[in-house]
Design a protein. Structure first.
Length: 393
């Protein structure tokens, strides 16, 4: 074997992006396997590739055996007497290396073909593992891919080196996923399988919103603006709570961008899903009022023991505060972690008059016991439960 052998290995190493030493070790294992099979050996055979002067290479074929007093039928054992013929001074328990004939011609065409197949298999395994490690580092990040095809209800998204799976539960019902569409996806999970890495991606995960803002807003990337919380009803509406570490930087304005370009880029990526950017506050009263954006709030009354809030809004803001099918207030409850009851100013006034004019408490419930949205609160799954509004007389 001459220097051409190393040249070939170096070329493979460059093409497949595999370290040369790792590739040499693969070849050594492959040659050992081929030699053992062609010579019908049952013991462990090892091959060592040696680089000599003049860029020439040679290889050494040997077996490692353990020195014992009374060897068994194991091919990996040798008697003390036989071992000392090879290496005087060896003792029981030592390891001894026994050289084997190392002519390449002896191995024959079948052995060479076996070595080639094993090398190719090892290269494929190394490539798959390298790809797995590359994508394992991308879990909880956003990558760009191309919609390639559908397999049943799954959408296959091509990410360059692998095809990712967008399962039905991670798809947004209102999004088309047409062939060759370029979309950004959130990497949920990467699994290592015998056929290569399996990448699971999502278009519904709230993390997609978070990462898209990080890509669009430099102030978030450098840590000046922080995303405190994200809640989402995929395809319909999201709310993002943000704060600034620098008093000179407006967190909400930074996320919206000049003429709204930053948030609009994200809205376009999400096929026109509405996004409310909310200023986070340590003051729960202010935070709850902000969370109901774009509705304007008159006042907020908190009950810390019950973790509930009574929110009063102008009459013309009631439907906006509640949102379509209760969507806006439901997201606000999930964002803040508070149970939210909303009443309009006229409803509040009617309830107050009713309490004054009615002596029976059953006919005039106390403030907060019934309202436009009754018992809206975050549940154990992080979603909000909502009952039908009760009429106010």
């Amino acid at each position: 074997m001459n220097g051409e052998f190393l040249d070939v290995l170096q070329q493979i190493a460059r093409d497949k992006e595999i370290p040369l030493q790792e590739l040499i070790e693969m070849v050594e294992v492959a040659l050992a396997t081929a030699y053992r099979r062609s010579h019908f050996l049952s013991g462990e055979v090892k091959v060592k590739i040696l680089q000599e002067k003049g860029n020439r290479v040679s290889y050494r074929v040997y077996m490692e055996k353990t020195v014992v007093d009374h060897p068994t039928t194991s091919p990996n054992e040798i008697s003390l007497q036989e071992a000392r013929k090879i290496r005087p001074g060896v003792n029981v328990g030592d390891q001894i290396e026994i050289d084997l004939p190392s002519s390449m011609e002896e191995m024959g065409r079948i052995a060479a073909q076996t070595a080639r197949n094993v090398v190719l298999q090892r290269i494929r395994e190394a490539e798959r593992h390298k790809t797995y490690e590359e994508f394992a580092e991308k879990v909880d990040t956003v990558v760009t891919g191309t919609v390639q095809r559908r397999e049943g209800r799954n959408v296959i998204v091509h990410l360059g080196k692998v095809d990712a799976i967008l399962p039905p539960q991670e798809q947004v019902e209102t999004e088309p996923y047409d062939l060759n569409d370029r979309i950004k996806v959130y990497v949920l999970e990467v699994r290592e399988t015998p056929r290569g890495p399996q990448v699971i991606v999502s278009r519904t995960h709230p993390g997609l919103i978070r990462r898209l803002f990080e890509l669009e807003v430099p102030e978030i990337e450098d840590g000046t603006v922080i995303i405190k919380s994200v809640v989402r009803e995929p395809g319909a509406r999201s709310k993002v709570a943000v704060m600034s570490r620098d008093e000179k930087v407006d967190a909400q304005g930074a996320c919206i961008g000049p003429r709204g370009i930053r948030v609009q880029n994200i809205v376009n990526e999400l096929y026109n899903e509405k996004i409310d950017i909310v200023r986070w506050s340590a003051d729960d009263t202010a935070y709850i009022a902000e969370s109901l954006s774009p509705a304007k709030v008159t006042r907020v009354e908190l009950d810390p023991e019950k973790k509930s809030a009574l929110v009063v809004v102008p009459d013309n803001q009631l439907s906006l505060a509640i949102g379509k099918s209760g969507q806006n207030v439901r997201l606000a409850a999930r964002l803040t972690g508070w149970r939210i009851d909303i009443r309009s100013e006229s409803q509040l006034a009617k309830a107050a008059l009713q309490r004054e004019g009615d002596s029976e408490p059953t006919q005039s419930p106390p403030l907060g016991e019934h309202n436009a949205l009754d018992n809206l609160e975050p549940d154990n799954t992080g979603t909000a439960s909502i009952a039908a509004p009760k009429p106010v007389s």
